[in-house]
Design a protein around this ligand. Structure first.
Ligand code: ADP
Length: 251
């Protein structure tokens, strides 16, 4: 079975209309943090469906750029694609441009979910500036925690469908037919940056550039830690419980 992937305005880019599904909850404005492969993307999709919030996954937008014909890619995009394939971070200016051109989504009445952004202190400070300009604040920053050995096992078995973006795992979430997508029948591939050499770089980059964000958000009393073991639905329930507990304690 594949994880749910729904159309996202932020993925489609500026100018694409979206209507968040009705939700009984108040708009939620969240950042999802966690090491590469911890399952943030899966949770972002599930949370977005459940909360009716607009989802921005910067990694998905950058992979979308990779699918463009070479003649349609700007020099900045080429640099970003090369950095991504090596497992390195894309320069802050490129990522901030992606977010800024979709800044309307921060005002979405369904709220928003940021998956993979911010990833550096400079990006977090830029986000604070964009939110302050809109008179908005974050409700919480969810940090998904999992031991590193488990993360590496998840990444090495991950397979994706380049056609419809469905995600599988060779052991824990295999497709019905080996190597073929259940949803669209396309061939499944391993992401460039899921190869062992790129995974090593991604983990080092996470420790050096992104882990400091945990202290950044602890200092702002926004961090909510959620253990990322179990099925996607179990982790979703744990996340919603943790958010409800936080909201109740602040009411
Ligand atoms: P993962 O969290 O599993 O690494 P993502 O899909 O979030 O996967 O990101 C894939 C790659 O895209 C990253 O390794 C990085 O090269 C690039 N990327 C995504 N978001 C950012 C960001 N906010 N800043 C810099 N690079 C980013």
């Amino acid at each position: 079975m594949s994880s749910v992937v729904r159309p996202r305005r932020w993925l489609a880019g500026p100018g694409h209309d979206c209507e968040p599904p009705p939700s009984t909850r108040r708009p939620c404005r969240l950042v999802l943090l966690g090491a590469p492969g911890v399952g943030k993307g899966t949770q972002a999709g599930l949370l977005s469906s459940r909360l009716g919030a607009c989802q921005l996954s910067t990694g998905d937008v950058l992979r979308g750029a990779k699918r463009l014909a070479a003649c349609d890619r700007s020099p900045a995009m080429e640099l970003a694609i090369a950095a991504m394939s090596r497992g390195e971070l894309v320069p802050d200016e490129v990522v901030l441009e992606i977010v800024r051109e979709r800044v309307d989504c921060l005002r979405c009445h369904g709220g928003f979910l940021l998956d993979g952004f911010p990833r550096t202190i400079a990006q977090a400070e830029a986000l604070d500036g964009m939110l302050a300009a809109e008179h908005l604040g974050l409700d919480a920053v969810v940090s998904y925690d999992l031991p590193i050995e488990r993360i590496v096992a998840r990444l090495s078995g991950r397979r994706v469908c380049p056609g419809c973006q469905a995600v599988y795992h060779v052991e824990t979430q295999p497709p019905q037919t080996e190597g073929r997508c259940d949803r669209c029948g396309g061939p499944l591939v391993q992401r460039d940056d899921d190869r062992p050499d790129a995974v090593r770089v991604r983990m080092q980059t996470y420790e050096a550039a992104t882990a400091p964000l945990l202290d950044y958000y602890v200092a702002r009393a926004l961090l909510v830690s959620v253990p990322a073991d179990g099925t996607p639905e179990e982790i979703l329930d744990r996340t919603l419980d943790a958010l409800d507990t936080r909201a109740a304690s602040r009411a």
